[in-house]
Write a protein that binds this ligand. Structure first.
Ligand SMILES: [Zn+2]
Length: 345
């Protein structure tokens, strides 16, 4: 390619500033794993547990695929164990919204598992934790041009009874939650035990999104279909293995179900050998409504712009394609139409 041609190619590429200015929707972000590094470092120092930058990177960030589950779990739990007060949770929530807004996110859905945080902090009641999150969101909505909705996450690794407790918690706070989610090991813990919980969630008026089609295994793609048929999923968290089963692909395409893809997270969990090989474009070109999301930006040391850069640089996404995936995300967001319209001209 001569230099004139390569220059012509770059004329249409969005600059980083243009990427940042593009109005965006983030649908899949776990609030508990969004803490800024500055906040984590401050908390470690206050507890006398700061051991330097190298140890911090090793113990608190996932910068490359982590082969073994215990190591991964330890990093998750290390974050969680620092988030033990209402003040910290409110600040983390506010800062997460601030960071998203500064990167052009106008519509933000944050999910959290009340069981995950409360398991580690006996002094933090579920109500106090929830109030802290609401305060952080309310402050951010006053300060930034962003609307924020919450999703309550149930954990597959917990018993049905325990999850029923947290579903009832969400029902009690129905005005605060848009939807219910189900996460954790989808291969060892299939959908069947959770059917009654999600039928109840639907009858209470919640939307549903389910983590499925992410882990490697023969059942992965089928889990996408089961999540829709058995758990009434309106959207799918990840679904990145959808190309492994053409009948599931056709089923999702016919229904127009939106996938919440998270490229860096999918690479870190072993879906693709490199980030650049993520099948985002292939899934979109197969006729699936795809959206781009961060999943766990704090712990994975990324922001939403990193994900857009990846699509631009490795998959040659154009501005009109970025606008298209955000339009799908805007339409699929569970926030009420009038709230979305207020920030999305
Ligand atoms: Zn997730």
């Amino acid at each position: 390619m001569n230099s004139a041609t390569s220059k012509a190619t770059f004329v249409f590429e969005m600059t980083d500033d243009a990427l940042r200015a593009l109005p965006k929707v983030e649908l899949h972000c776990h609030l508990e794993l969004t803490a800024r590094q500055s906040l984590l470092k401050e908390l470690l120092k206050a507890k006398g547990k700061w051991r330097g930058e190298d140890e911090f990177r090793r113990d608190f960030l996932i910068n490359e695929p982590v082969g073994d589950l215990p190591t991964l779990l330890n990093i998750f739990l290390g974050h969680r164990d620092l988030l033990g007060s209402s003040e910290v949770i409110e600040r983390m929530t506010y800062e997460c919204c601030e960071d998203m807004s500064s990167n052009g996110v106008r519509i933000l859905e944050l999910r959290y598992a009340p069981s995950f945080l409360c398991d580690a902090h006996a002094s933090l009641t579920p109500d106090a934790m929830h109030e802290a999150i609401l305060k952080g969101v309310a402050r951010a909505e006053l300060d930034f041009p962003i609307v924020v909705g919450l999703i309550c996450l149930l954990q597959r690794v917990k018993s049905v009874e325990e999850n029923r407790y947290w579903l009832d918690f969400a029902i009690e706070k129905k005005a605060d939650f848009l939807a219910m989610d189900l996460a954790d090991n989808e291969l060892a813990y299939g959908p069947a035990p959770f059917v009654s919980l999600f039928e109840k969630a639907k009858s209470e008026g919640f939307f549903v999104t389910v983590h499925a089609g992410e882990a490697e295994g023969p059942q992965a793609a089928q889990n996408i279909r089961d999540s829709i048929e058995l758990l009434h999923a309106d959207r799918i968290g990840h679904g990145v293995r959808i190309l492994e089963d053409l009948s599931v692909l056709q089923f999702v395409k016919d229904r127009g179900t939106v996938l919440e893809l998270c490229p860096t997270s999918n690479w870190l969990s072993g879906v693709c050998a490199t980030k650049e090989l993520h099948p985002f474009r292939a899934i979109m070109e197969a006729g699936i409504k795809t959206t781009v999301n961060t999943d766990d930006p704090g712990i994975m040391n990324i922001d939403i712009i990193d994900e857009y850069r990846l699509l631009r640089d490795a998959m040659e996404f154009s501005e009109s394609e970025f606008r298209q995936i955000n339009q799908w995300a805007r339409d699929a967001s569970f926030l009420p139409e009038e709230r979305k319209a207020a920030v999305w001209a």
